[in-house]
Each structure stands twice: as structure tokens, then as C-alpha cells.
Design a protein around this ligand. Structure first.
Ligand code: ADA
Length: 563
């Protein structure tokens, strides 16, 4: 988490990142572990992925991390984990406090009653596949599920009243009307608590709030008439500082409105053509725990490529990446975790509950980023099965109730028989003509057939994004025959796609090429047989971000289209 933009002046926050004690426990049931008896024989970086280190590479099992906390007084404290992969149980002073399911999202662990002084913080982390414990990470997904404490950990000292979160939504970009919702927590009810809001250093509201015990919420609408807009031309950003009683919180935001207007997605009333890629958050040496240097270079490379759009496939991206996208005007599709789920999962209350938590955590983490212009769910799941429709309706309904200011979508790979398209604001289609079926020459006709079908089923009046399309190329494999897996084949395929969609004028308002960089994939035999090196090799750059031939082709065309 980038602490410059989501920070506190008054609240005491200790960053716990560093080197922690570590133990690989292996194939052990966490319910049977006596955390006080664990022998910590190794050390591990936090944030980090233990299985991205050569010694633990490829290993799955229960592991334990340990560090020490200083709890200076009896005030309530809160631990904030920005992400742990992919199941964990948190213990303070030997006592279990909470479990968490799923990586890629932030969660908090409250310490209302605790000893004063130095105590041990132990986190049991599990990267095994266990549907019962963690239905959000399944082995068959087409990416490698790394394990560990993958993003920052902080310890917050809370007072009697504390701010839980701030949501900032542009209600009208023309009048700069912005709705600010503040969630708070409190030990006891209190009347007349002072609240001030300061925007870019200027006080914009001073009032008092009657605080209810436990949790409460207040909303104000501000008219920041002098504030500059965030737009594709100029990404102006603002800093809101909220002070409630003795607690405070800073949130960076942008003023802009995203709307669907006919077949376009418009930002502040102006239609945008989305030229982008899908991006997994992975690297062979860091797993999912990408250092700042890599996030910065990824964003630089995406801009160099001429992208103005990134689909965060297939899970919520790091808030530090979103900060960089806010600044670089890379519009983001933020998607909750999911991959080709069928009715088996989408009708299972256990799965539905876990997915709802992931959606809620995603929205909480990404809602104030102006770059996030779309919410998405359930990549390539069975949206063509009427049994799955209630789950789609439920998740999209949940998203709308958490944030009604962004259009909703899901990537469908069922363009000809989808039964959920009417639930989405933006139609997004994944397809692989010229790769899994047919030849490069067949691509234009296949894209036209998909578009014609959407028109036929009454979905043609919505914006259309081709949310995945591409082909594999092994980095460095340049071959005279230029067939599949060669760099030439991939480059030729993507040239045909971009030309057909945006130069020959097929109807699409956006494209997310599959994919930005090569990624390690599932180690299952059925997948590795079709994935040389056990990697998904459809990246424009390889896993070390070295460009393939297609990079230059896409770069030339994307830049030309942006002129
Ligand atoms: C799907 C899926 C991607 C990836 C891709 C591929 O469309 O959504 O995650 O697996 O196929 O490379 O085949």
C-alpha cells in the first residue's frame, strides 16, 4: 500500500514489513498446530512469496511466519494485512484472532483486548488447494498460485473512536459535486464529536457528529468548484484529509464520472477508446509480491506500448499499482478473483459467500482510484448456464450496491449462448480465433460473427470490449516458418486483430490483449502439456518483461490510434 496516499497524520501506525521468522510445516492440518511449539528455523521477507525462493519453489503446505508487536497501552489495536496468499490464521500472544480466505485483498484483524507490552504475532499461511478452506484459489486456474504474506502489514493504534474507511464518489463532474462517506468505529457512543474535512490543504467542512457505539456512517456532499478534473488528458488528483475526534485518514482521489453512453464508455462526457492488455501480478522471482521498482517499470512499459487500459486479470491488483495508474491515466478494469467456475461452484453457498467477501474487499481497496473505471467478476465462468445466472445477478447486484458510480462487466467466453449479458452494462468477450481455432485469416470473420450475434440478441447497443484475444510465442523463438509459438505468428495475429477492430472499423470500444507478460501457470499435467515451460506464453513481453516482436507491432498501432 502506498503510504503517501492512504495515510494518517495523527494515528500511530507501525509498518511491520521486514524479515520475519519462518517455518515450513508442510502437509499439516492448521487446527492441530500448537503455535507456541513451532520451531522457526528459517527467515522470510515480508512482503514476499516463500515459494518464489529457490529453496521452497513449487512447494505447497502450511507455513508459519512470526514477528513481535509492541502494544504500548490498553487502547484497541488493529492489524492490517494488505494481502496474504491464500488462506491464513492470525494469532496474537498465542491466541487465534481470525482466519482469512483469498489473496490479493486487504483485511483487518482487531485486537480489542490484549496484553500490554511485547507480544508474538504468528500467522499460519496455507498455499495448498483446499476447496473447503479456500474456494477462491483452485489448482486448475491458468496461473500459478504463489503463497506467503504478499503485501505490507501494519499495526494501527486506535483510540475510542476511529475512522474505518472513506469513500469518495463524484456525483457530478460539471459542478464538482463529490459525496464523501465516512465509516467509523467506536468503543462507546459520544455526542458532538468534531469532524473536519480538508481538501488539498483547504478546510472544506467543519461540523460535529453524534457517534453511535460500535459502527456508524456519515455522508456529506461537497462542491469542490475550483478543483481540476481527472481526465484522460490530465490526471489531476486531490488529497482529502478527514479528521474525526483524535483520529484521521488521508485519501487521494480524482474527480471524474464514468458513464455508458450508447456503445461508448465516456469519461466526463467524452467517449474513450480503450487500448490495453490483460495483466497478471506475477514475476518468477517475486511471485505475486511485486516490489515498487517492478510496478513502476510495468507502468512505464504499458505507457511505452501506447496502452490507456489495463484489465486486472483475474483478481484485484495491488493498490500501489492503482496509484501509478491514477497518475499515468491507465484506465483499469478491476476484477474479483475467479476463473471458469461452473454451476458446481456458482450454486454453492460456501463459494458464493467467499466470492462476496472478495468483491467487498476489492471495492474497498480500489473505490477511490479514479483510474478504476469498470468493475468485473467471474472470468469466463458458465454465464451460458441458466443455473449460474442467479450468482451473476447476485454479484453484480452487490457491486452496484457497494458502488453505483462505475459500469459493470464480466468477461464471457460464450458469445453465442450467454444468458447473463443483459445483466452487464458493458459487454466483454474473450475469444481466441487464429489460436485455439482457425487461422489468422479467419480472425476478421470470426470477430464479425460475434458482433453480429450480440446485435441479434439485443446486446448490440452496449459498449463492447474484446477482453481477451491473442496467441502464444516463446520469447526468442523466431522461425522461418513463422507458425504457432513463433514470435512472428503472435505479431501477425495481433496486427490483424487491431486493424480489424480499430482501423477497418469493426464495432468495439475497447481491447485488452491477452496478455501483457508471460506468467507461470498451473503445474497440472493437463495444463502443462499445452503450456510450454509450464508458462502461459501469450505475453507481449516475457516474464522478465523482455519484449517479443509483437510488442513493437502493438506499440506502433496503439500509438497510431491515439494520434
Ligand atoms: C482464457 C483465460 C485466460 C487464459 C487464456 C489462455 O481465456 O481467461 O486466463 O487462460 O484463456 O491463454 O488460454
Amino acid at each position: 500500500m502506498n503510504r503517501r496516499f492512504r495515510t494518517h497524520d495523527l494515528r500511530q501506525v507501525m509498518v511491520l514489513d521486514g524479515v520475519w521468522d519462518f517455518a515450513f510445516l508442510g502437509d499439516v492440518d492448521p487446527d492441530t498446530v500448537d503455535v507456541g511449539a513451532i520451531t522457526f528455523e528459517d527467515r522470510m521477507a515480508v512482503p514476499g512469496c516463500f515459494d518464489a525462493t529457490p529453496v521452497y519453489a513449487g512447494q505447497r503446505g502450511l507455513v508459519a511466519y512470526r514477528t513481535r508487536l509492541s502494544l504500548l497501552d490498553a487502547a484497541p489495536y488493529r492489524l492490517v494485512f494488505d494481502s496474504v496468499h491464500h488462506w491464513c490464521r492470525v494469532f496474537v500472544d498465542g491466541g487465534p484472532l481470525r482466519d482469512h480466505v483469498g489473496g490479493f485483498t486487504q483485511f483487518a484483524v482487531d485486537l480489542p483486548d490484549h496484553p500490554v507490552g511485547e507480544v508474538a504475532l504468528v500467522v499460519l499461511v496455507d498455499n495448498r488447494f483446499d476447496y473447503e478452506r479456500c474456494p477462491l484459489h483452485l489448482e486448475y486456474f491458468d496461473w500459478y498460485h504463489f503463497g506467503g504474506i504478499t503485501r505490507s502489514v501494519t499495526l494501527h493504534r486506535l483510540g475510542d473512536i476511529w475512522i474505518d474507511g472513506v469513500q469518495i464518489v463524484t456525483r457530478d463532474y460539471q459542478t464538482r459535486a463529490v459525496a464523501i462517506t465516512i465509516d467509523y468505529g467506536a468503543v462507546v457512543a459520544r455526542g458532538g464529536m468534531p469532524l473536519t474535512l480538508t481538501c488539498d490543504g483547504e478546510k472544506v467542512l467543519a461540523t460535529t457528529v453524534d457517534i453511535f457505539a460500535d459502527h456508524g456512517q456519515v455522508t456529506y456532499t461537497l462542491h469542490l468548484s475550483e478543483a481540476a478534473l481527472w481526465s484522460p488528458d490530465a490526471p489531476h488528483l486531490h488529497m482529502l484529509h478527514v479528521k474525526l475526534g483524535d483520529d484521521d485518514m488521508r485519501e487521494r482521489f480524482g474527480i471524474r464520472q464514468v458513464r455508458v453512453e450508447g456503445q461508448s464508455i465516456a469519461i466526463n462526457g467524452g467517449p474513450v477508446q480503450l487500448l490495453g492488455v490483460n495483466r497478471h501480478e506475477a514475476h518468477p522471482q517475486f511471485g505475486h509480491a511485486l516490489p515498487d521498482s517492478l510496478l513502476v517499470s510495468d507502468v512505464q512499459q504499458l505507457r511505452d506500448l501506447g496502452c490507456n487500459f489495463v484489465r486486472g486479470s483475474h483478481y484485484p491488483q495491488d493498490a500501489r499499482f492503482l496509484d501509478l495508474c491514477d497518475e499515468a491515466v491507465l484506465c483499469v478494469w478491476s476484477e474479483s478473483i475467479g476463473w471458469q467456475q461452473t454451476a458446481e461452484h456458482l450454486t454453492d453457498p460456501h463459494y458464493l459467500a467467499a466470492q462476496e467477501s472478495n468483491i467487498a474487499e476489492m471495492v474497498r481497496g480500489a473505490r477511490n482510484h479514479p483510474s478504476v473505471i469498470l468493475w468485473g467478476i467471474q472470468n469466463e465462468s458458465h454465464s451460458n448456464d441458466p443455473e449460474c445466472r442467479p450468482a451473476y445477478a447476485r454479484f453484480l447486484g452487490q457491486l452496484r450496491s457497494l458502488d453505483d458510480s462505475r459500469p459493470l462487466t464480466f468477461a464471457s467466453n460464450h458469445p453465442f449462448d450467454d444468458v447473463c449479458l443483459d445483466l452487464a452494462d458493458v459487454i466483454s468477450i474473450n475469444c481466441y480465433p487464429g489460436w485455439y481455432g482457425g487461422e489468422i485469416e479467419d480472425i476478421p470473420a470470426e470477430l464479425d460473427r460475434i458482433i453480429a450475434r450480440l446485435d441479434e440478441v439485443g446486446q448490440g447497443d452496449k459498449p463492447l470490449i474484446i477482453s481477451e484475444i491473442g496467441g502464444g510465442a516463446i520469447y526468442g523463438w523466431r522461425d522461418w516458418n513463422a507458425t504457432r509459438w513463433s514470435e512472428q505468428y503472435q505479431a501477425r495475429l495481433l496486427e490483424v486483430v487491431i486493424r480489424h477492430l480499430f482501423i477497418d472499423g469493426a464495432r468495439a470500444c475497447g481491447l485488452a490483449i491477452w496478455q501483457y507478460c508471460d506468467i507461470r501457470s498451473s503445474q497440472e499435467a493437463r495444463r502443462t502439456l499445452f503450456r510450454p515451460r509450464a508458462f502461459n506464453n501469450k505475453g507481449l513481453v516475457d516474464e522478465y518483461r523482455r519484449p517479443k516482436l509483437a510488442y513493437d507491432v502493438v506499440k506502433r498501432l496503439y500509438h497510431q490510434l491515439q494520434l
